[in-house]
Design a binder for this molecule. Structure first.
Ligand code: FAD
Length: 614
């Protein structure tokens, strides 16, 4: 039972005015009582099921503005060390962060413009639903092991949480159903895909050099060697994690875990069940690819991202369903290896989470390379015939039917929250399988935390890692919060597309006034010397404060360049800070500085007669 009532992480509440407060000190509140009316859609907030009792103090009044996670009420008997309403004393928050614009009501939204590898089909958010907290089951007897911190799942979120908790002196058990550590990211996600994308890049660049005077023979592709090189990269990293776990004395248990009570899990492995007790737990169970009911997924010619990374041959004609990041990265690989690629996407652009102008250079390039890209179109049926997979389309420029050798289904990922017996531990899971959490990554059972893909979008490894640290520190009694302002997204296509913070589309939709500085890479010496000129760097600024609120970059290495914008946003930098920072020449990083100068009107590498020089 908690002694605080906070505004939960549902929807998108940021700086929302309080219209009415329906309780006062001395009132007794019970589950489902309405306590506050907010302006946003006249939303009301009811007492969550983990809270009940007498109100000691009301922390808000009509006219205040509140943001997700803010403290609303303190109940009698509250612990003196109650967590602060805002993360200003969070240990990891540097001074510059707490003075940055988002805290003071800037247009920057923490969730803005973020898309991950689970997009576009699953549009969940952190704490997407306030499911009532289940009670949890009675403890079972026969505990074989006990941990101070138990971590369920050894992906980037889980191994980070386990290692951080161990470094903070906790006795940690890490449970993983797969034989190797590293989760989706290391085994069947980020790392193998980037290894294959590197191979694709070498093939494409060697072909491109023909027009610059250097010709190579057509590549001889030994698919078995390519696969084993990729597997070697994966093994090196996952093996390294095993070593790091040993060094920290983290006990790794192999098996599939389910909660059996609020302080116990049962681990099934090779027909044996082991009960492990814990004080705190961190759920890092990740996500899995979404399957579509009308697609014959058990036909070996229908693959998901894991199947695509297995590199089981190169199909002549490949259909990629879903023009999100995973689909486009895999299309890049298979195109380079020789497949004729068709993409079908429901929305009116590929990578729907990013601004159209930063996606257009990629779209133009792959439109020339691929057989077809059908936008605003969908697959309605797939028939498995001996000669191929007959696909029925609807909408856009798609034909009525077409036949392919393989189909990659990449329409998003679904969280694994419903597969771990969460109800036995008193952990609420929403109807889609996401686990609602607060800013300390606590679930509805306050001693159990959840992190990574299983708590919401964006489904990205770097988000999971950051959350893993917060959860481990909070479990170790530290006052840590997830207070990152932004989470960058990258499509490692060719060209790469990267964005962070507010997008122009979002700013328009929300009526937020922004200014922008754009630097076309056709004016970048470095870009031209790479034989490429289609790139673009766009930096968005708050119109009043001139502080950076978002950035979009398309071009080779955009994924590396976006880190500067993410840091600038975290630090509350303005256009002058970025423009006056001396960037090395000739580099692509100059394009970020020059975009800021274009906004300021101080740029000399472009002629911008409309901007007043100052
Ligand atoms: C093809 C592809 C490419 C990607 N590329 C990138 C990229 O470049 N950059 C990026 O940031 N993200 C990328 N991602 C996304 C990234 O992989 C995920 O966001 C990240 O792995 C999530 O980490 P996690 O710790 O939440 O979960 P996961 O990595 O999914 O790990 C969860 C772990 O929990 C284990 N588990 C689940 N249930 C149980 C159970 N009951 N008992 C025991 N163990 C269990 C699973 O076996 C798994 O090992 C990519 C994803 C894919 C599919």
């Amino acid at each position: 039972m908690s002694n605080e009532v906070r505004l939960p992480d549902i929807g998108d509440f940021k700086n929302v005015p309080v219209i009415e407060v329906l309780v006062k000190a001395g009132d007794t509140i019970a589950v489902d009582d309405t306590i506050v009316v907010l302006e946003s859609d006249k939303a009301t907030m009811d007492v969550p099921s983990s809270v009940a009792g007498k109100v000691a103090e009301v922390k808000i009044k009509p006219g205040d503005t509140v943001t997700q996670g803010d403290l609303l009420l303190v109940l009698e008997g509250a612990a003196s060390g109650a967590a602060p309403a805002k993360p200003e004393v969070a240990e990891k928050a540097a001074p510059a962060q707490s003075s940055a614009p988002a805290a003071g009501g800037s247009p920057l939204a923490a969730g803005a413009g973020q898309a991950g590898y689970g997009s576009p089909a699953t549009a969940g958010g952190q704490g997407a639903s306030a499911a009532p907290a289940p009670k949890g089951a009675a403890p079972v007897s026969g505990e074989a092991m006990r941990a101070e911190v138990l971590v369920l799942g050894a992906g980037p979120g889980g191994y980070t949480a386990a290692f951080r908790a161990a470094d903070l002196g906790k006795k940690v058990i890490l449970v993983e159903r797969w034989a190797s550590l590293g989760g989706v990211c290391l085994n069947v996600g980020c790392i193998p895909s980037k290894a294959l994308l590197h191979a694709a890049k070498v093939i494409d660049e060697s072909q491109a050099m023909a027009s610059h005077g250097i010709s190579f023979a057509a590549p001889q592709i030994d698919i078995d060697r390519l696969r084993s090189w990729k597997e070697g990269v994966v093994k090196r990293l996952t093996g390294g994690l095993g070593g790091l776990a040993k060094q920290r004395k983290v006990t790794v248990v192999t098996g599939t875990a389910r909660f059996v009570s609020p302080h116990q899990i049962a681990v099934e492995h090779e027909g044996k069940t082991t009960i492990i007790g814990f004080d705190n737990a961190v759920i890092a169970a990740g996500s899995e690819p979404i399957k579509m009911p009308f697609i014959p997924h058990d036909d070996p010619r229908v693959i998901d991202s894991t199947g695509a990374l297995e590199l089981d041959g190169v199909p002549k004609r490949l259909l990629v369903i879903g023009g999100g990041i995973i689909g486009l990265e895999m299309a890049t690989v298979y195109h380079a290896l020789g497949s004729k690629v068709t993409i079908v996407e429901l929305m009116d652009q590929i990578i729907p989470g990013a601004d159209k102008d930063i996606v257009t250079p990629l779209f133009k390039r792959i439109s020339k390379q691929y057989e077809a890209i059908h936008l605003k179109a969908k697959v309605t049926a797939v028939e498995a015939l001996p000669e191929g997979l007959k696909v029925t389309f609807e909408g856009g420029s798609a034909p009525a039917t077409d036949t392919f050798d393989k189909i990659l289904v990449s329409v998003g990922r679904r969280p694994n929250g419903k597969l771990i017996g969460a109800e036995a531990a008193g952990v609420a899971v929403d109807e889609r399988g996401f686990i609602p959490v607060d800013k300390q990554m606590r679930t509805t059972a306050p001693h159990i935390f959840a992190i990574g893909d299983v708590v919401g979008q964006p489904m990205l490894a770097h988000k999971a890692v950051h959350e893993g640290k917060v959860a481990a520190e909070a479990a170790a009694g530290k006052n840590s919060f997830f207070d990152a302002k932004v989470i960058p997204s990258v499509a490692y296509t060719d060209p790469e597309v990267a964005w962070v913070g507010l997008s122009e589309t979002e700013a328009k939709a929300k009526g937020i006034k922004i200014g922008k500085g754009v630097f076309p890479w056709a004016a970048s010496g470095r870009s031209l010397s790479l034989g490429r000129d289609e790139g673009l760097t766009k930096v968005l600024f708050d119109e009043e404060s001139n502080r950076i609120v978002g950035c979009g970059i398309v071009g080779p290495s955009a994924g590396d360049l976006i880190a500067e914008a993410a840091l600038a946003i975290e630090m509350g930098a303005d256009a002058e800070d970025i423009g006056m920072t001396i960037h090395p020449h000739p580099t692509l990083s100059e394009t970020v500085g020059m975009a800021a100068e274009a906004f300021e009107g101080t740029i000399t590498d472009l002629y911008m007669p409309k901007k007043k020089a100052h």
